[in-house]
Design a protein around this ligand. Sequence first.
Ligand code: NAD
Ligand code: DAU
Length: 335
Amino acid sequence: MKSILVTGGAGFIGSNFVRYMLNKYKDYRIIVLDALTYAGNRENLADLEGDPSYFFYEGDIRDELVVDNLMSNVDAVVNFAAETHVDRSIHEAGMFIETDIKGAFVLLEAAKKYGVKRFLHISTDEVYGSIEDGSFKEGDLLEPNSPYSASKAGGDLLVRSYLKTFGVPVLITRSSNNYGPYQYPEKLIPLFITNAIDNQQLPLYGDGKNVRDWIYVDDNCSGIDAVLHKGETGKIYNIGAGNERENIFITHTILEYLHKPKSLIKPVKDRPGHDRRYSIDTNEIRALGWKPKHNLEDGLKMTIDWYVKNENWWRKIKEKQAEYQRFYEAQYKDR
Ligand code: NAD
Ligand code: DAU
């Protein structure tokens, strides 16, 4: 496998994955296709500009001509491209259906046409829904609760159908919540770190006791690499590091590390349809020889340090995010 099309490679996990792969495989060629939506940013890959193994195309995965053109010349596809933020899917779900389902369809059609050797679709543990006790296994029922997770589940089912009907060699990963460098400051950890740096309030939803299982982004990248190279065609692999924590714990950890007061926490109205707890069984991926390298404490410190040192990266983005927030609040204040 020498040539890989990485869609959504200018986003958070995609850009970390591209960097990870080019560091590890010196003879690989990575072609990034990214529409540069609000979440995409070429600066996430700035250090790779000029690397002869890295190519960037600005374009949409729903654009058949562009996808056809790129797919004709690659061995494998890793599809990260998606609308990804649950709160945005609650405000406006249309683009989630467009990218997460229609986009996956366009990619699958081209993969079928050109006979790509591996089609790795990046999904999420959110497709299973919420679980009170125990952990979800890959074969469990899909019970998504937000328009985001429902459109991701739709994409997963379409991927499955292209294996069963057309023999496209697909694989799916479903990871838990990622954190690390280059994450857009709308998601819990980067939002709370950057707000705390600026002494702004941290809007904690509901009672703050919802549980997420956190994985450092590099560990997800090594898991995706393991599945791409060693995974069994047609299988789904959960990827998680077993760091289940309540949101209030993450919030206190960030504030303590930055020496900021707990009074910055602002309890706010809960997210509609808010999943209480995510938990996944990771025996399948561990059977490939994968395990995470980072514990939550060190991963969080590295992440907070990164945001402290990279204000240039997030200040511009945070201003755009604030504009979106103001627009949304004006638009939806009566609903
Ligand atoms: P992100 O929002 O940071 O990045 C998404 C990228 O996709 C952006 O670069 C954006 O420009 C691009 N994109 C969006 N629509 C596109 C389109 N129509 N055509 C081409 N490019 C488009 O997302 P992320 O957090 O890096 O997530 C990447 C993938 O991993 C997603 O599929 C997401 O569902 C999945 N995932 C994320 C997490 C997490 O915690 N962040 C956890 C599990 C799974
Ligand atoms: O589980 C994997 C998923 O994790 C990915 O598929 C999604 O793309 C990714 O966005 C993430 O979804 P979550 O909804 O879990 O992540 P988010 O960072 O939005 O929220 C994490 C938790 O923090 C959740 O319980 C809601 C809460 N929260 C979030 C925000 C943005 C707050 O309390 N306040 C906030 O302002």
